[in-house]
Design a protein around this ligand. Structure first.
Ligand code: KE4
Length: 432
């Protein structure tokens, strides 16, 4: 029986001080029941909680830790700059160094602006698209998450996709009115919407590989439809690579899709575990951002030297060590091993995977959009989640999240995880 005494103590204090005891709902264990486990330290592919329990980590801080926790090159780089000061409110050469790494990696990006989170990146990219086109409406897709900016916390309205409604208190009708929510991977629906009001739409924002309904790949025809509406209606494409950037490929998911968006947003990996977001794209568009242009965006800690240093060390290590073949190999082993274990025990399971980002859905599938993802058996997922925790495996605490592997995961961890999954499926089969 897992001893979670100290985690429970920590949670009972935190819940008096922080809403829900956490600083982000994604880590609150709401979808799996029970209370979140408090982590004390992490190293390589492992987490250690406040009770001393050790886990193989498949969350990786929701994506940033692609090198594994506490990579020596990242820690050494941080130790070197730590004593030079932590923030100046003035430009540093570190910002240009990280900008150069991002621009050299992603072909569609000629200029970037750093911010402090993925939310800030997408919020700013949307404002820039509206400022650059003079148009108000934006398009997003059900099951895609782009952070918590008001204009993105909307759901498809009752009148199909013609208008949206807020999906959080505090978001006004006025804000949601300019956001259109369509179905992901529905090329006809996208083209039909644009035929009606394409000239009013400033941008389409999308996850090139979705992580936020669980992992879902973009179809070729949907990708072609996105490029078509850009050509025919002058709408800007915002490729949200906050999760996929440097994750599924060093050049991002757009390089796998053969897509050249107008703007790209980044986060997670480019900060190496410290708070960094970025938006970037063609120079002619980015030059609209203050002080070069008139679109306002600012931030006290944007380009923070410690965060830049962690990002530089991470991207330089990714570029030099190129772990992507290893990530593909161990991720494929994990996917195939767990699917085989589920089949052996008669548990309905399917998966979507792109590189070291994947999701197992508790259903027979296929999962291609939010409607199909939502058919998953979330109760079975919750039971499975805890059965894996008790065997020292830390999976994302929701059926509708992606899991992530790191360069620090070895075939030994993968084999142990597959074995643990087989035991969990056997128990699920007996309990059914
Ligand atoms: P942040 O503001 O959380 O740094 O980034 C928002 C964001 C934007 N775009 C995409 C594609 C994202 O996946 C995210 C954030 N991802 C979630 C995980 N599904 C972050 C976890 C959390 O909210 O705690």
């Amino acid at each position: 029986m897992l001893n979670l005494t100290e985690s429970r103590k920590a949670f009972s204090e935190a819940v008096e001080l922080l809403p829900g005891g956490v600083n982000s709902p994604a880590r609150a264990f709401g979808a799996v029941g029970g209370n979140p486990i408090f982590i004390e330290s992490a190293e390589g592919a492992h987490l250690t909680d406040v009770d001393g329990n050790r886990y193989i980590d498949y969350v990786g801080s929701w994506g940033p830790m692609i090198l594994g926790h506490g990579h020596p090159k990242v820690l050494a780089a941080l130790e070197e700059v730590l004593h030079t000061g932590t923030s100046f409110g003035a430009p540093t050469v570190l910002e240009s160094r990280l900008a150069r790494l991002v621009i050299d990696a992603v072909g569609s990006v000629e200029m970037v602006r750093f911010v402090n989170s993925g939310t800030e990146a997408t919020m700013s990219a949307i404002r820039l698209a509206r400022g650059a086109t003079g148009r108000d409406k934006i398009v997003k897709f059900a099951g895609n998450y782009h952070g918590h900016a008001d204009s993105l916390l909307v759901a498809a309205g009752s009148a199909a996709a013609t208008f949206s409604v807020p999906n959080s208190p505090g978001v006004t009708e006025g804000t949601s009115r300019d956001t259109i929510v369509l179905k992901y991977n529905d090329a006809d629906g996208l083209l039909e919407m644009f035929s009606r009001c394409g000239s009013e739409i400033a941008c389409v924002i999308f996850e090139p590989v979705v992580g936020n309904m669980g992992c879902v790949r973009m179809t070729k025809e949907f990708c072609e439809a996105l490029m078509r509406v850009r050509e025919e209606y002058g709408t800007l494409l915002i490729c949200d690579e906050v999760m996929t950037g440097f994750r599924v490929a060093y050049a991002g998911a757009q390089s796998l899709l053969g897509l050249s968006p107008d703007l790209t947003t980044f986060g997670k990996i480019i900060g190496g575990g410290l708070p960094v977001g970025a938006y970037g794209g063609r120079k002619e568009i980015m030059q609209n951002v203050l002080p070069a242009g008139k679109v306002y965006q600012a931030g006290t800690l944007s380009g923070n030297p410690l965060a830049m240093t962690a990002g530089i060390a991470t991207l330089e290590t990714l570029r030099e060590e190129d772990p992507y073949d290893h990530l593909e190999k161990i991720s494929s082993q994990l996917e195939n091993g767990i699917l085989a274990a589920a089949k052996k025990h008669g548990i309905p399971l399917c998966s979507n995977r792109v590189g070291a980002m994947l999701t197992f859905f508790f259903q027979n599938g296929p999962v291609t959009d939010w409607d199909s993802a939502a058919r998953s058996d979330t109760q079975a997922f919750a039971k499975y989640f805890w059965k894996m925790i008790h065997q020292g495996i830390y999976f994302p605490c929701s059926q509708f999240e992606a899991m992530f592997l790191s360069a620090a995961h070895t075939e030994e961890e993968i084999a142990y995880t597959i074995d643990a999954a087989g035991k969990a499926f056997a128990e699920l089969a007996q309990e059914a």
